[in-house]
Ligand binder design. Structure first.
Ligand code: HH2
Length: 272
């Protein structure tokens, strides 16, 4: 079996921001962002996730006009090149403009809580969406997060958000789910979600996982520079694949594609 038929999809992260936690400022200029996006696609990213506002803990909000200015031209250029483009936003006007510019996927880390009208927009445009779990909001989400049982709490939240999206007209086959690694979770919560990820597969939707270069990997390994967290990222991707995830949001596409291809072949009975 070739990589194109492997049971996983890699989503390449393209942050057009000055302050993202791991690649802030690296792809802030339009041309650099487009070139990097095309390179990620070449490395095997089937979806390019373009974001113009950092969601790192403590990040300050970006006004809509600035987020539009950062993202929409990049979305347009990548979509025109034939790439499948996702817009990583919580703002209705940004999602609307990105969809008009050629995006076909909306990745809203608030799962339509910040702008409930976004669900109707996604439904109307026939876009695919990712519903992610986050406790609180980015500014405050890491203030002593507590759960009764993190997996059950995340599952119940996702069930509610699926119900909302479907009620607003989003087709079930256009919904992906994400436990929101690092969003309002402590180290033990992140690890438990990864270890018990298979329990979320019973919801019946494709699972997306976003562990790439995140700080819990640094806490476990001492890798203070996010660029040094690639091996840890790959470990989490392989574990998540084995537990049923099929979509992987990563900065390091080439490395993730190789790790996942080997893991996927190993998991298949024929191994070929
Ligand atoms: N993580 C980040 C941003 N968007 N979307 C989904 N669905 N899942 C995630 O885990 C996720 C996400 C944070 O990572 P990054 O984009 O690299 O950083 P920043 O938010 O600082 O731009």
């Amino acid at each position: 079996m070739t990589a194109t038929t492997a049971p996983f999809t890699v989503m390449g992260v393209l942050n057009v921001t000055p302050d993202s936690f791991s690649d802030g400022g690296e792809w802030f200029g339009h041309d650099d962002a487009v070139t990097h996006g095309l390179e990620l696609a070449r490395q095997g990213a089937a979806i390019l996730d373009v974001g113009g506002e950092s969601t790192r803990p403590g990040a300050l909000p970006v006004p809509a006009d600035e987020e539009l200015r950062r993202t929409v031209p990049v979305v347009g250029a990548l979509a025109r090149s034939g790439a499948t483009v996702s817009i990583d936003t919580s703002k209705l006007e940004v999602a609307e403009a990105a969809l008009a510019a050629g995006a076909t996927y909306v990745n809203d880390v608030t799962a339509f809580r910040a702008a409930p009208e976004m669900a109707g927009l996604v439904a109307d445009r026939g876009a695919t969406c990712c519903l992610m779990h986050m406790r609180g909001e980015p500014r405050t989400m890491q203030d002593a997060p507590r759960y009764d049982d993190v997996v059950s709490d995340v599952k119940a939240f996702l069930e509610q958000r699926i119900e909302f999206a479907v009620t607003e007209g989003v087709r079930e086959d256009r919904i992906h789910l994400d436990p929101g690694i690092g969003f309002g979770k402590g180290l033990a919560h992140n690890l438990e979600l990864l270890r018990r990820l298979d329990e979320l597969t019973t919801l019946g939707f494709p699972l997306l996982i976003g562990t790439s270069r995140k700080s819990f990997i640094g806490r476990l390994t001492g890798a203070t520079d996010p660029h040094d967290r690639v091996p840890g990222t790959l470990a989490t991707c392989v574990m998540a694949l084995e537990r049923g995830a099929t979509l992987f949001r990563v900065h390091d596409v080439r490395e993730a594609v190789q790790a996942l291809a080997v893991a996927a072949a190993t998991l298949r009975a024929d191994g070929a």
